[in-house]
Design a protein around this ligand. Structure first.
Ligand SMILES: Nc1nc2c(ncn2[C@@H]2O[C@H](COP(=O)(O)OP(=O)(O)O)[C@@H](O)[C@H]2O)c(=O)[nH]1
Ligand SMILES: [Mg+2]
Length: 454
């Protein structure tokens, strides 16, 4: 996800970290590099100009010449700016006081609407809702069938009928009222390009169901062309947000970084793979730190909470928070990890993992080896790896069928990850921050107000 952009930032920041004080010329050079990196990532030109101007004025305001760690200051400023460009806060869904809450999906053909509808249904279900999927794409007979399969996977009923898209949508909402479903997700037909027919149909469907949320599904791979698509749909439908799909592909970041700035609507959800679990709420702050190579521990923890055993997740979170994440926890995580799908994706979210490791093809066999090594340690060694001297290392290696240097490598990597979490304050501050945000949300209510107040 945004690999080339991440790599560019990685290079820029690695050079920065080694620097002492930064003069004006140094800042200019960094800004030039950031500008190039963003343009290369297919970010809209106007957006790039805005980003660079804001970073420059923040740098001037921060008076880098006085700062002891100017490099880190710059990274912080860039992180804040990327977060801002990606939408600042994440969009919070509020539910209609008189159900159902109606969600309309729009988008070009192949953008991922139907897949997204299924994922969204699963997501709402996880939030404790009872969604109904409505198949209003009657262009191809297979479209409704595809939705039925996805609905069955998510355990969510699907409504459709061989009439016309507008009637299906309208009757779908009536059906939800009748059977007591509190969220309706309407999947619609797309076209290969924006045309008047499509826009007319979408407008009529929208008028028929009066949606609380209209989401445009955008394929992240189309880069800044997303801006044009979003503007066209926005002019007819008044979008509430974007669902960015196929972020697992070699997307360059142009779509994500351009849309909010130009259209003024946030990215609400991100789809990161073909499986139903490959779907998450979009968090600008986390995405920014992922782009900047700072890892994404919060998303990892959130996903862990969904897929993991709750107790194990709670223990891991506490261990992280208290800065005592041991090999014992690590082993427990390993077992849970297997449930969470492609390892590659998970590793990409961890901070402090070297690039070589991220690119390496890590499979379950290697996971098995790590597990074997940790299992060959005594409980004491797992809590305090510093106990492991030469002879203990040999014993562990023999016991697990690994070489002593493999044992060493594992210990080194574990230590680095532990140190990184500590120094970034991810164990403590970030989690506390997440906690206090949750509280703030409860007392303050949702930030996003639906257009219609039933
Ligand atoms: N890799 C990947 N594929 C996706 C993602 N979202 C959708 N797809 C695939 O993209 C294709 C088109 O998706 P579909 O939902 O049918 O698009 P629609 O025409 O807008 O309804 C399908 O083959 C999906 O499996 C994603 O996030 N990652
Ligand atoms: Mg479809």
């Amino acid at each position: 996800m945004f690999d080339s952009l991440s790599d560019r930032f990685d290079g820029i920041f690695t050079r920065l970290r080694g620097r002492g004080r930064l003069g004006e010329a140094d800042v200019d050079e960094v800004l030039r590099e950031i500008r190039l990196a963003l343009l290369e990532a297919d970010v809209n030109f106007t957006v790039v100009r805005g980003i660079i101007e804001r970073i420059r004025s923040a740098c001037v305001g921060a008076d880098l010449s006085k700062s002891l760690t100017p490099g880190q200051q710059v990274i912080k400023i860039v992180n804040a700016e990327l977060t801002n460009v990606l939408g600042g806060e994440n969009l919070k869904i509020t539910y209609a006081s008189k159900p159902p809450t109606v969600v309309l999906l729009a988008g070009l053909q192949g953008s991922g609407k139907t897949t997204g509808a299924g994922k969204l249904a699963r997501w709402f279900k996880q939030q404790g809702r009872n969604p109904l999927l409505v198949g209003a794409d009657l262009q191809r007979p297979a479209a409704v069938e595809q939705l039925r399969v996805l609905g069955a996977q998510a355990g969510v009923p699907v409504f459709s009928e061989p009439t016309d898209p507008v009637s299906v949508a309208r009757n779908g909402v009536a059906e939800a009222v009748r059977v007591g479903r509190d969220v309706v997700i309407v999947d619609t037909a797309g076209r290969l390009t924006i045309d008047a027919d499509l826009m007319d149909e979408m407008r009529l469907i929208s008028e028929a169901v009066d949606p609380h949320y209209t989401f445009l599904v955008i394929d992240a791979m189309i880069g800044q062309a997303a801006v044009e698509t979003a503007e066209a749909f926005h002019s007819v439908l008044e979008l509430d947000g974007v669902i960015l799909s196929k972020l697992d592909g070699d997307a360059r970041g142009g779509a994500a970084l351009s849309v909010k700035e130009v259209v003024g609507r946030p990215i609400a959800f991100a789809s990161v793979g073909e499986k139903q679990t490959d779907f998450e709420q979009f968090h600008p702050e986390r995405m920014a730190s992922r782009i900047l190579g700072m890892g994404d521990v919060l998303t990892l923890i959130e996903r862990a909470e969904q897929e993991y055993d709750q107790d194990v997740a709670a223990r891991a979170a506490t261990a992280l928070q208290e800065g005592r994440f041991t090999l014992e926890d690590f082993l427990e995580q390993m077992q849970q990890l297997k449930k969470m799908g492609p390892l590659q994706g998970i590793i990409g979210m961890l901070p402090g993992i070297p690039k070589e490791l991220k690119n390496a093809n890590i499979d379950d066999r290697e996971l098995g080896r790590v597990e074997a090594i940790i299992r060959s340690m005594t409980p004491g060694e797992r809590v305090e790896p510093d106990l492991i001297n030469g002879s203990r290392r040999l014993r562990i290696a023999n016991g697990s069928g690994a070489t002593p240097s493999e044992v060493n490598l594992l210990l080194k990597q574990f230590k680095e990850a532990q140190k990184m979490m500590g120094s970034m304050g991810l164990g403590g501050k970030a989690l506390q921050r997440a906690g206090s945000k949750k509280k703030a949300k409860k007392s303050g209510g949702g930030r996003h107000t639906p257009k219609r107040r039933p």
